[in-house]
Design a protein around this ligand. Structure first.
Ligand code: APR
Length: 174
């Protein structure tokens, strides 16, 4: 099964690309965004400055610099405003856009954090169901990606992803 769920710090993963839960400025922030910029070093911000931002739901790719990962794919999740502002579709678009950009750039192994579930306040169970659903659909419909890792920073997020995967793919041994 090309999907892995694990607990840990995404900045330490040796994969082709790690995904950053950024904001529309792409100029850094707290949470996983702050951790990735700290680990990658100042050249990451220098490259991000040249990108001119990124709309919610879309993704941009940069180098990984001092990270073990070769690339960072920056995507901007929706801020949770109760679920009536197109949040589910925008969050799904983050996963799809990141995977499409990965394939376009010859990325075969990619790691995601739980986009929007921190500062942006997206309910974890719903976000995990969208994340797993979009990744499984992409892997079924398109080639190019060999492995997707969901890197969960805490127990609640990890369990939510495991439950979502178990519901979608029973007996997948998760
Ligand atoms: N590795 C993996 N996951 C992490 C790490 C890490 N080192 N640090 C935090 N996380 C997890 C959080 O626990 C949460 O589950 O990443 C998930 C996303 O949380 P945030 O980083 O807060 O991102 P998000 O909710 O999408 O909010 C984005 O926060 O940091 C700012 O600049 C960012 O404005 C943007 C906003």
């Amino acid at each position: 099964m090309p999907i892995q769920i694990l607990r840990g710090d995404i900045t330490r993963l040796d994969v082709d690309a790690i995904v950053n839960a950024a904001n529309e400025s792409l100029l850094g922030g707290g949470g996983v965004d702050g951790a990735i910029h700290r680990a990658a070093g100042p050249e990451l911000l220098e490259e991000c400055r040249k990108l001119g931002g990124c709309p919610t739901g879309e993704a941009r790719i940069t180098g990984g610099y001092r990270l073990p990962a070769r690339h960072v794919i920056h995507t901007v999740g929706p801020v949770w405003r109760g679920g009536t502002r197109n949040e589910p579709a925008l969050l799904a678009s983050c996963y799809r856009s990141s995977l499409a950009l990965a394939v376009e750039n010859g990325v075969h192994t990619i790691a995601f954090p739980a986009i929007s579930t921190g500062v942006f306040g997206y309910p974890i169970a719903e976000a995990a169901a969208i994340a797993i659903g979009e990744v499984v659909r992409f892997l079924r419909e398109q080639g190019g990606i060999d492995r997707v890792v969901f890197v969960c920073f805490n127990e609640e997020v990890e369990e939510a992803h495991r439950r979502s995967l178990e519901r979608l793919l029973p007996d997948s041994g998760f």
